[in-house]
Design a protein around this ligand. Structure first.
Ligand code: ATP
Ligand code: MG
Length: 442
């Protein structure tokens, strides 16, 4: 429940805790929405990177564990001579019952503690900016969390996210599906009613909702039947990044190469490269056991320079830089038919030209799963593509041309809209929070 003393008298708060980026929005009485702004490398951004950086710092001769989140986390990570732990995409682990906690510099932290650290900073910064105390909010959740196989997994993940909010000092949170939130935002731009299909493509999940929206619906008050259906898959930008690493990076670091052991020719263990594809998430590769195993492989390898490069990558903790290079080529390929992948740190030098067609082949399985999810939502809702008035595509991965094409093929270019790709969900959550506030407290 919203508590009137904790919710500001002036408006209501929506929070989009994203796999890659988070946003926090404030809706006032007249539907105007403000976004919290965060300093970032001399400029400002309303997309706060959902990352956490932990580092041991000597203070008065004693080691003290310090942590930073968002843009501060990136700046401290880049400035550190000896790198600490940089953790990203935490939201993707919420459904995982195996990942209860992780050890950082000898201390164990639960996943909820780590997420709460980000959510607390977001709250305090927004409080400072909006001049209010934030104790309650409407918060987004994907239709299905990454890795969730059934309703119980989704419930478990949502429960953990709620706990993280509580640990971060929020007294009450109410969840809304992220694509439904995007529909609330889209609706605020309309002067007539529509049946819309929302496609929200983020870092972790692709989410869809079919919703009746518009001024008449808002005036009469929403009813559950306005949401015709929701669907989602745990496939989005992070999965695309993984494929770029698989094709451009792993082979140069020895994936598929051979070693000679006890007179036999064996292939280098593949699990290291599977972890490399998602390495930046939790930087799980740097354990002593992995490095020792790789030193053994290096000694027996038929291509030792490649395994040497992999060891260098892991020892120097280059996951963040690698991820940045991958993001760059992916984003360049959204604008241009070809782009250069480049990673160089003086020891390892990776450079390759990639064309969009190759990238689209690498992610064809993921694109197929996304397309099937859209089709099954239409089928199960009994809606034909011609019944849909508009398609609103949002989220950073909606910039990928092959993702847009899925919709162009089914609905035609003219019906497709986009905009506020990184903030539409937070904006819509704030609008929903304001609607709830008005209906409860007048
Ligand atoms: N121009 C671009 N082309 C392709 N991908 C992009 C582009 N810009 C951003 N992305 C990708 O979009 C993703 C981030 O989008 P967004 O901020 O909407 O996700 P999120 O809300 O954090 O994730 P989720 O909704 O899954 O929890 C990242 O994978 C990023 O690489
Ligand atoms: Mg999102």
């Amino acid at each position: 429940m919203f508590s009137p003393n904790s919710q500001t008298s002036k408006g209501a708060i929506g929070i989009d805790f994203g796999t890659t980026n988070s946003s926090i929005a404030f809706a006032g009485c007249s539907d105007e929405v403000q976004l919290a702004k965060f300093p970032y490398f001399g400029g400002v951004t309303d997309a706060y990177r959902s990352l956490l950086y932990l580092q041991q710092v000597k203070e008065g001769g004693v080691n003290v564990l310090k942590s930073w989140t968002g843009p501060d986390g990136i700046e401290h990570y880049l400035a550190a001579d000896v790198k600490g732990r940089l953790i990203q995409s935490l939201k993707s682990f919420l459904s995982s019952r195996n990942l209860h906690s992780t050890e950082v510099f000898g201390r164990r932290y639960t996943l909820e503690d780590l997420i709460a650290r980000i959510l607390r900073d977001l709250r305090e910064r927004a409080e400072h900016q909006f001049g209010i105390k934030i104790r309650s909010a409407v918060v987004g959740r994907p239709v299905h969390f990454v890795g969730a196989e059934n309703k119980e997994d989704d419930g478990y993940a949502e429960g953990r996210l709620r706990l993280a909010f509580e640990l971060a000092g929020y007294e009450s949170v109410e969840f809304e599906m992220e694509p439904v939130a995007a529909a609330h935002y889209y609706e605020s731009t309309l002067d007539h009613d529509e049946l819309i299909l929302i496609g929200d493509f983020g870092g972790g999940t692709s989410d869809f909702s079919l919703v009746h929206v518009g001024p008449t619906i808002r005036r009469r008050g929403r009813v559950p039947g306005d949401i015709v259906g929701n669907a989602g898959v745990g496939i989005a930008g992070d999965s695309f990044d993984a494929k770029i690493i698989r094709h451009l990076v792993s082979p140069a670091l020895g994936a598929g190469s051979h070693l000679r052991s006890l007179g036999k020719i064996l292939t280098v263990p593949n699990w290291v490269y599977i972890r490399l594809e998602r390495w930046h998430h939790l930087s799980l590769l740097r354990g002593r056991d992995v490095l020792n195993m790789l030193r053994g492989v290096h000694a027996q390898s038929l291509e030792p320079e490649k395994i040497g490069a992999l060891i260098h990558f892991i020892k120097e903790d280059l996951g963040f830089h690698l991820h940045r290079a991958v993001q760059k080529v992916k984003c360049d390929l959204s604008n241009d038919p070809a782009a250069t992948f480049q990673f160089s740190d003086g020891f390892v030098d990776l450079r390759a030209m990639v064309d969009r067609t190759s990238f689209e082949e690498w992610i064809s399985e993921e694109l197929g799963q996304i397309a099937r999810c859209v089709d099954s939502l239409l089928n199960s809702s009994g809606i034909l593509p011609r019944d849909v008035d508009r398609v609103f595509l949002t989220g950073g991965s909606s910039f990928v041309p092959a993702v847009r094409r899925i919709f162009e093929r089914r609905f035609g270019e003219k019906r497709i809209r986009g905009g506020n790709e990184f903030t539409s969900v937070a904006r819509g959550l704030a609008l929903k929070a304001m609607d709830l506030r008005i209906s409860r407290f007048g």
